[in-house]
Ligand binder design. Structure first.
Ligand code: NAD
Length: 250
């Protein structure tokens, strides 16, 4: 029997990159999955994957989307809070509006979707939330002040939510990916002076000499969403080639 047979999941930001890989990983393990995104999911023609349009920065659209998924699937067991946007620069480079804009998506977005999902998750006998944070939550990366602050907040939120919802049977964990090979990084490379050299530099910065694959992150998310990790709660699992823990960062 497939591991997630009968389980129902929402993956925010499920139309691209890490989110799309998570959608595929949960579907391949037998779950029915809703890709909640600003955009249509490329997998939504598959019977077990539905696309649900919502902006995690907009509370009304989040509530509508979660209600819609719960009505279609008859409940909810797994929430993966993955939608996020990037920001570059030091504290001097981004103004207040930019700080608010990125926090709205990366932090308040997770709060909104979790708030809408928790009443349904509580009714599940295998309820889990997995948040996608980043190595930026723990490593001091240059030129990433705002982005790192949002991901540090996600890590703290993960631990606090794990404590709050443990007694209700809802486990909450996170993954901290290193630089991953997604359209996000593709967009960064597209504006580089020399994209090939920039990609080589990004790869050389990883301890294992390559970018993390979205599938590697998706397998870690699936593990945290599964009863196999039933005694794991409130952790941020690094999927970064050892970048944080081995102190090999160049
Ligand atoms: P991506 O840009 O390829 O995909 C992000 C998806 O989120 C897109 O489909 C986008 O439409 C959706 N999205 C953005 N804002 C949204 C909103 N307001 N409402 C609903 N959906 C929204 O990015 P990715 O690389 O797959 O990143 C996914 C997550 O992983 C992000 O939280 C990011 O911070 C985190 N992360 C990425 C990397 C990396 O190197 N790519 C590393 C660490 C952490």
């Amino acid at each position: 029997k497939a591991e997630f047979e009968g389980l129902r999941a929402i993956v925010t930001g499920g139309a691209s990159g890490i989110g799309a890989a998570v959608v595929a990983a949960l579907r391949d393990r037998g779950a029915r999955v809703a890709a909640l995104d600003l955009r249509e999911s490329p997998d939504s023609t598959d019977g077990d994957v539905v696309s649900v349009s919502a902006d995690v920065a907009d509370d009304a659209s989040v509530r509508r989307a979660v209600t819609d998924v719960v009505e279609r699937f008859g409940g909810l067991d797994i929430l993966v809070n993955n939608a996020g946007i990037g920001a570059q620069g030091t504290v001097e480079d981004n103004d207040d509006d930019e700080w608010r804009r990125v926090f709205e998506v990366n932090v308040f977005g997770m709060v909104r979707v979790s708030r809408a999902a928790l009443p349904h998750l509580r009714r599940s006998s295998s309820a889990t939330i997995v948040n996608v944070a980043s190595i930026a939550a723990t490593a001091g990366l240059p030129q990433r002040a705002l982005y790192s602050a949002t991901k540090g907040a996600v890590a703290a939120l993960t631990r606090a939510m794990a404590a709050d919802h443990l007694a209700e049977g809802v486990r909450v964990n996170a993954v901290n990916p290193g630089t991953a090979d997604t359209p996000w990084v593709g967009r960064l490379l597209a504006v580089a002076d020399d994209p090939t050299a920039e990609r080589a530099a990004l790869e050389a910065r990883q301890p294992h000499g390559r970018l993390v694959s979205p599938e590697e992150i998706a397998h870690a998310v699936a593990y945290l969403a599964s009863p196999l990790s039933g005694s794991t709660n409130g952790v941020c699992l690094a999927v970064d080639g050892g970048m944080q823990d081995l102190r090999l960062r160049k």
